[in-house]
Design a protein around this ligand. Sequence first.
Ligand SMILES: [Cu+2]
Length: 483
Amino acid sequence: MVTRRDLMFGAAAFAGSAGAGFLSVGRPVAAREVIAEPIAHGVKSIAFDLAERPTSLPCFNGRTLPLWTFELATTFPIVRVKLGERLDTVFRNNLPREGEVASIHWHGLRIPNTQDGVPYMTQQPIPPGGEGRYSFVPPDTGSFFFHTHCNSVEHFGRGLMGTLIVEGDEITPADGEIVLMMKDWRIGPDGKFLPFSTDEGAAKSGTAGTVRSVNGATSPVISVPSAANVRIRFYNLDPMRISEIGFEDAQAAIIALDGNGVPPMPLESWRLGTAMRVDILLRTAAPGGSIKLYDYFSAEPFVLAEFKSEGPPKRTDAFVPTPLKVMPFAKLDEANAQLIPFEFSATPTGAAVAAIGAGPGIEIGPLCLAKRTFWAINKQAWPGRDHRDLGPPLAVLKAGQSYIFELNNTTPRAHPIHIHGHTFEVLNSSKRDLPRFRCDTILLIPNERIQVGLVAGEPGKWMFHCHILEHQEAGMMGYIEVV
Ligand SMILES: [Cu+2]
């Protein structure tokens, strides 16, 4: 029986046969890159109706909760487009509360600033009864998602999100594909939603859910073909949870991070903060067998999902994961890049609340923000200003120029830091031996300093914030201006 540790040290076996080779565990050397090209043209049109829908998911144990969702048919819609296709979206805001404005942010996509969906900053928000539109050609393949960008703690808490998958990155088609969306729910003993945020949670690591789920079920058992190479697109869509996923007994490789293809790395375990994604290629079990996906970051390893093999074996060959095609990115000019430091810190108020503990829930004002500020970037706490009075950007960048962001977490909490409309190239960490990869959300562990490279993209104001949504709403948010 192969354990995670055996697989870790046995990694060179499949890496070597793939011609990639590993310098050390989980660290690939550069493989020959195949650039993805458009595979389709034309327009894909989708219509969303944002509304409250009483829903009984399997993880609710027979209870029905007032979810807010994008459409009637599914709790988390999966939108698929092919690289090269235009996506046209029209949405109606039918959310059941006066003043509950909405806009849709397309997380991870390098699309024009006007389509970025940030209320007051890139567009006027859509009031209840109103209609909004987006139209863009996703420039990159990968696993992305979309969500509203105002009152996000509650919107995520009620399930208002969906995935956007841009196809066209596979050189060798997988034998199957599974999208896994991990999200907790805050449900009280009375079967109703608990407050989505608390002061104590907002000042610490976020307010945790009480019921775990993947695709709306707790530890679902999912049928897969036997002895097959199945692609798993794993999304951490929780408002606050950090997970570290891995298999106890399987051959599996990470093939993409935040949608960006990487030379396949054996999956020992991978840590994801909220909004982060990982694509995995898994060799499923022999007929009748099953493989469990765990979250090792919980107090006890938690079974996220189980993959049960059915039918005759698909493959008898050795497990040799093929890299995905990658997208062309402007090359980082590291030697001439300007270094810009960012400090992620707690405000004195936040530190005090974290020290003394619980208090009444945070009230979300009409400006998409908490009234209290517990967190800051470069000592600037976002709710000091509203979306209509933006204040100065955290940095001004010139389009096409290279920068190194030094992200310094001076707090005892982890922060997944997200930038809109760009990807970071991870360069180094003060605490961990990280491979070099691209991402739109980078997890800073407590007191960690990470340097990331970035080539400034399209002109505009691009949000830059922690994706623990209570941290974002309590101050850890700002913007970068590209001119
Ligand atoms: Cu944070």
